[in-house]
Write a protein that binds this ligand. Structure first.
Ligand SMILES: Cc1cc2nc3c(=O)[nH]c(=O)nc-3n(C[C@H](O)[C@H](O)[C@H](O)COP(=O)(O)OP(=O)(O)OC[C@H]3O[C@@H](n4cnc5c(N)ncnc54)[C@H](O)[C@@H]3O)c2cc1C
Length: 368
């Protein structure tokens, strides 16, 4: 009997777990760099308010055993594509017929002068545990970066710890890529009402162990400081293995890297000069890479992203391009803004309008 093809998936995040779960009739190993089984990364903010990381696991260990998926907790260092072998940092190695690199991304930080000793990011369950520990004995918290993740983090901290929480954002208003100015003002007012101080047009200049200092002379209390200023694709393994990379690990529309039988998926990837950073694309690419490995014809086209944000009791959704003539409908705390260019609906922002979400999403790209 012919033996099963061996597939090694490097990274047990969203893309890696998705790919592994879809590979049928193959001998699958996930090389997971973290000590946990694959978990819902998007929910790690809940650890800050006291949730046990084990409750965020995608599946219990028996699920992987039943599917015959082996999980090795370790770090893949290098791929020897000519020998079809992955070398791990503990000196062991794994042979493969196909490999999928799904190493995700790392949180970016800023290096600020001023001698501050410690700062945090929120990327992994362990990061969330460290943040919770630090916040539980702190008297203030500042988040640098008012993107989706920064706002969620600030809100989670404000709800769980009775300390001043500030968000420092360099743009003129919050979420400039996802929201128009008025919708952003509504979000900002809501956050302020929940005890999160939002500073916009705020450029950081330095930080010591107590404060973050802004270029305009203000200082923000920051016994604990976290950065939420974007991500950097984790491409080191490609660099060490002679696999083509740029901003990320370069793939074609079949998710093939420059090495034979080696695919890549998720945040780690660069496709047509673009990197990603969303669970939506990580899941799609995990699916596409699994199909490609199983011999199906794959032509991956990334879906149009949408941003959904739940800030305490406020629901915010943003679709398409936030640019063009605005049509606003507001009613109490519900607000719907459509962006129209050349008679076509290009984008939309909805606040507290969950019921209208599907219908509005359908309108994007169609005549108004
Ligand atoms: C708090 C938070 C909230 C988020 N919220 C949203 C949201 O609301 N909507 C959305 O679309 N996206 C969200 N994201 C982004 C989303 O989580 C990522 O886009 C997604 O996780 C990317 O999946 P991935 O599999 O490519 O990488 P990851 O999920 O980052 O997984 C990569 C895994 O590979 C491991 N790894 C790295 N290098 C190696 C190696 N050499 N050997 C072995 N293992 C390795 C890493 O440790 C990690 O476990 C959020 C992210 C965070 C942190």
């Amino acid at each position: 009997m012919e033996s099963l093809k061996k597939v090694a998936v490097i990274g047990g995040g969203i893309a890696g777990a998705q790919a592994a779960s879809l590979l049928k009739g193959m001998d699958v190993t996930i090389i997971a760099g973290e000590s946990y089984l694959p978990y819902y990364r998007m929910r790690i903010g809940e650890i800050i308010s006291g949730k046990d990381p084990q409750t965020l696991l995608m599946h219990p260990s028996s699920w992987y055993e039943d599917k015959g998926i082996r999980i090795i907790h370790g770090r893949a260092e290098r791929i020897d594509a000519s020998a079809c072998r992955i070398e791990l940092s503990d000196g062991s190695s794994i042979d493969y017929d196909y490999a999928i690199i799904a190493t995700g991304s790392e949180a970016r930080t800023l290096s600020l002068p001023g001698g501050r000793k410690e700062s945090f990011v929120l990327r992994s369950a362990d990061d969330a545990i460290s943040l919770r520990r630090a916040l539980s004995s702190a008297d203030s918290f500042a988040v640098i970066g008012g993107g989706l993740l920064g706002l969620e983090l600030a809100m989670e901290a404000a709800q769980s710890f009775s300390i001043p929480v500030s968000v420092v954002e360099s743009a003129e208003h919050l979420l400039p890529r996802q929201l128009d100015r008025d919708s952003a003002a509504a979000v900002q007012a809501y956050l302020q009402g929940k005890g999160v101080e939002v500073l916009t047009s705020a450029e950081t200049s330095s930080a010591d162990d107590s404060f973050v200092y802004l270029k305009d002379g203000r200082r923000i209390p920051a016994a604990v400081l976290a950065f939420s200023v974007g991500v950097i694709p984790s491409k080191d393994i490609a660099e060490k293995s002679g696999i083509k990379s740029g901003k990320g690990i370069i793939v074609d529309h079949h998710l093939m890297t420059s090495a034979p039988r080696v695919y890549a998926a998720g945040d780690a990837v660069e496709l047509d000069g673009r990197t990603f950073g969303l669970a939506l694309h990580a899941r799609e690419m995990g699916t596409a890479a699994a199909k490609a490995v199983m011999g199906e014809e794959v032509e991956y086209i990334p879906s149009e992203p949408s941003a959904l944000l739940k800030i305490g009791g406020m629901d915010v959704a943003s679709f398409g391009t936030i640019d063009g003539e605005m049509r606003v409908e507001a009613d109490g705390n519900r607000r719907r803004t459509l962006f129209i260019r050349d008679g076509i609906v290009k984008g939309a922002v909805l606040i507290n309008d969950k019921a209208g979400m599907m219908a509005v999403k359908e309108m994007i790209g169609k005549p108004f």
